[in-house]
Design a protein around this ligand. Structure first.
Ligand code: SAM
Length: 268
């Protein structure tokens, strides 16, 4: 059923403030499930099931689906629509307040058409979780997809923060008309595979944040934010084999890793 028809039946208006843009084309929804290579062995976490369109396909494919929805007005719809699927666990709450380690004992994948107003926060929350997903397939704004999949010399803090965990790729683009209500922007589906763990996660992010702190400044100036002296920074960059006059956007992940390792040696 078209989302408008379903919402009208329950006399509910979509909430823009909760990023409610529902996908309704079954082909598009299947493409998302396929991009995550969901199989009968997979445990899936869905963020914002909305009206349950994606949840239903996931339930048909995965061993179980845990779906976290913030909007209590949608719960009666979800309960009704998903009643035939005994492998769906519905949780009423904010995804940013859920600890995956408490939800799952086993490896899990994340598949979601996420609310765009918290895309960055969701990525940070799940990628820094104690129990990280093995893979995430997310529908995000096209502009966010471009930033997160960027490569040198156009890296962003978001790209470094995601790619440090493993490869990130854009797997599809979606026109605004694939959603109801129609969002103001086009969207894209991205896939992140979580295959790496930074040796010192907190230090990695301190260093990357410092490096990107002022867009126009050269790396050696930005790294002063770490509370290190000019000479120490020169030694770090020398040890890492990175020219301090470069800008953060031009560095590869390998170069960030070497800088973090050298900073770790100085224990700022
Ligand atoms: N999955 C549905 C689909 O594809 O049609 C709905 C996607 S819609 C873009 C985003 C959903 O996330 C909405 O149902 C919204 O209520 C829900 N949502 C918004 N903020 C949330 C949060 N902090 N935690 C969990 N769900 C949230």
């Amino acid at each position: 059923m078209h989302p408008k028809e379903l919402l009208d039946r329950y006399q509910i208006e979509p909430k823009k403030s909760l990023g409610q843009n529902f996908l309704f084309d079954e082909n598009v929804l299947w493409r998302i499930v396929e991009a995550a290579e969901v199989s009968s062995e997979d445990v899936v976490l869905e963020i914002g099931p909305g009206l349950g369109a994606l949840t239903r396909l996931l339930a048909q494919t995965a061993v179980s689906v845990t779906a976290v929805e913030l909007d209590d007005r949608l719960l009666p719809i979800l309960e009704y629509e998903l009643e035939p699927f005994t492998n769906v666990r519905l949780i009423h709450g904010d995804i940013l307040e859920q600890d995956p380690a408490r939800l799952f004992d086993q490896p899990y994948k994340v598949v979601a058409n996420v609310p765009y107003y918290i895309t960055g926060a969701i990525l940070r929350h799940l990628l820094s979780a104690r129990h990280k997903p093995t893979c995430m397939v997310l529908t995000v704004q096209k502009e966010v997809a471009e930033r997160v999949t960027a490569v040198p010399p156009n890296m962003s803090l978001l790209a470094v923060s995601a790619q440090v965990y493993g490869p990130v790729q854009q797997v599809a683009t979606l026109k605004a008309g694939a959603f109801w209500p129609r969002p103001d922007v086009d969207s894209a589906v991205i896939r992140l595979d979580i295959t790496h763990q930074p040796a010192d996660e907190a230090l990695f992010f301190r260093v990357a944040r410092a490096g990107f702190s002022q867009k126009r400044k050269q790396l050696h100036n930005n790294l002063r934010q770490l509370g290190l002296g000019k000479q120490e920074i020169e030694q770090i960059l020398l040890a890492a084999g990175v020219d301090g006059r470069r800008r953060a956007e031009t560095l590869s992940l390998e170069e960030w890793r070497r800088i973090v390792e050298a900073v770790g040696g100085k224990r700022p």
